[in-house]
Design a protein around this ligand. Structure first.
Ligand code: SAM
Length: 268
């Protein structure tokens, strides 16, 4: 087992809360994450290499690993911890600024994402890769509550985030991860989720914006929420009728697939 702590001390590394730096060093857990994401023989993209602990677990299984890390004080650490692998490429770009077309171009082949994500940009990162034409699945650690919202199919947790993910993918919680399994410990518990994209599906800006309008005021009916956003009432009523829903339906009663049908019905 590589002594990450000594390497971090040697390079005088200071943890930065603002960059979501909560690392994992438990080899069993790291290997479980790599296996659950399907790293074997795959082209894997990792966001946030950190000290390289998950990167190592991924590199052992993957055909190719492309790891992004923006904290340059970690580069000498990564040079050391990943030195023995010739299938790893490190990128210093911020993927949220690059945009998904550029990320896809850099990778240049079908890939999967496996990452212990920086939590301050979890949702934008998931949405970024849901828009990718090359990314097949996203396996990542997220805050437990976010995982529950992504996977909820009804009830209070089901909202725009659940609908956007479920319209183009199948999410599931693989396992819960306690705060003490990270260093330093975050204030929240986490969950490992795997989001498998439906074949040929990519989230569009229009569909994502439509779900946000549907859930703008949760207690209100779809008619109220959509007319408040500028859609005319007659069109909403006829689209609801076309998908077999009543005039008093609320977004959370319809589920992701029916809401996506409603979006299509309104475009016709
Ligand atoms: N993979 C490591 C592990 O599991 O121990 C580190 C995970 S840590 C939760 C998240 C990492 O993402 C940090 O190293 C942080 O510097 C990096 N990071 C933060 N914002 C980033 C961004 N926009 N692009 C790439 N990496 C980022």
């Amino acid at each position: 087992m590589l002594d990450f702590e000594s390497v971090l001390i040697k390079h005088k590394f200071k943890y930065k809360k603002a960059l979501g730096q909560n690392f994992i060093f438990d080899e069993g857990l790291l290997d479980e994450i790599a296996a659950a994401g399907g790293a074997d023989g795959a082209c894997v993209v990792e966001i946030g290499a950190g000290a390289g602990s998950l990167s190592r677990a991924l590199a052992k299984r993957a055909k190719r690993l492309c790891s992004f890390e923006i904290d340059e004080t970690l580069f000498p650490v990564l040079d050391e911890t990943l030195a023995e692998f010739d299938n790893v490429q490190l990128f210093s770009n911020n993927v949220t600024e690059l945009g998904i077309e550029t990320v896809d171009m850099l990778i240049g082949e079908p890939y999967i994402v496996i990452a212990n994500l920086p939590y301050y940009i979890t949702t934008p990162l998931i949405f970024l890769f849901l828009r990718s034409e090359l990314c097949g699945s996203i396996t990542c650690l997220v805050q437990k509550e976010v995982a529950e919202r992504i996977c909820a199919t009804d009830g209070g947790d089901f909202g725009a985030l659940s609908a956007s993910v479920q319209a183009v993918a199948e999410p599931k919680i693989v396992r819960k991860v306690k705060a003490w399994e990270f260093y330093p410990q975050p204030e929240v518990d986490s969950a490992l989720i795997r989001i498998d994209k439906k074949s040929g599906a990519a989230l569009s800006d229009e569909l994502d914006a439509f779900f946000k309008k549907c859930f703008a005021a949760k207690r209100k009916t779809l008619v109220n929420n959509l007319t408040a956003s500028g859609v005319d009432k007659a069109s909403v009523l006829s689209a609801l009728d076309a998908v077999g829903a009543g005039a008093s339906a609320r977004a959370e009663e319809l589920g992701a697939a029916k809401l996506a049908e409603l979006f299509e019905a309104l475009r016709r």
